[in-house]
Ligand binder design. Sequence first.
Ligand code: GDP
Length: 212
Amino acid sequence: MMTQPPIYRRAVFRLSARTLNQLPPDCGWEVAFAGRSNAGKSSALNVITGQKSLARTSKTPGRTQMINLFDLDTERRLVDLPGYGFAKVPEAVRREWGRATERYLTHRRCLRGLILLMDVRHPLTDLDLQLLDWCELRLLPSHTLLTKVDKLSRGKAGAVLQKLQNRYARSYRCATAQSFSALDGRGTEAAWSVLNDWFQLAEMPPLDRHSG
Ligand code: GDP
């Protein structure tokens, strides 16, 4: 079993932003997390970073509709985008979600990839498709975590994943997918390895400062 890459455990809350110009300078690497409300975004962030309190920060009143940033090191950040698809949100709020998210996904140059959270029982909502389209426009890689796979039999969950992967192969050049469960940890290593790749951590030579 792959041990947790220490960099994710070092995630610390940096700031909440309502607009792009409140974000830190557009350099280094960012990986963003997005998903329909209740899809399991906070739980996934907690498992991936090994920090129970991390995503709670994003859920404190006043921050839920904001872009929340967590520093991993001086150049790398995790970005928690506002959840979407609350049935009861007014149309104006929904439009505002769309504008801020589209602006971030379209213009943020240090953004290396989007982790898209979808409940395995409700994949590919209209807003999920919207996010995939925005990624596609700039050829930004996206990686879907099909969450809560512990709620289905392995056969059923596997079939949903296969169907999603077929759809991506047909329609999206930069989208990949895997299963995930925050409950039993399934898929955590695969998720780390996608993040390592986007953050260019896999290619870093081992630290050997003390030799020679
Ligand atoms: P968010 O709104 O997308 O941040 O979703 P949360 O992470 O808060 O999760 C919403 C609900 O789904 C909570 O009750 C979680 O405990 C539950 N949940 C999240 N991930 C999983 C999972 O992998 N398996 C199961 N069984 N429940 C999960």
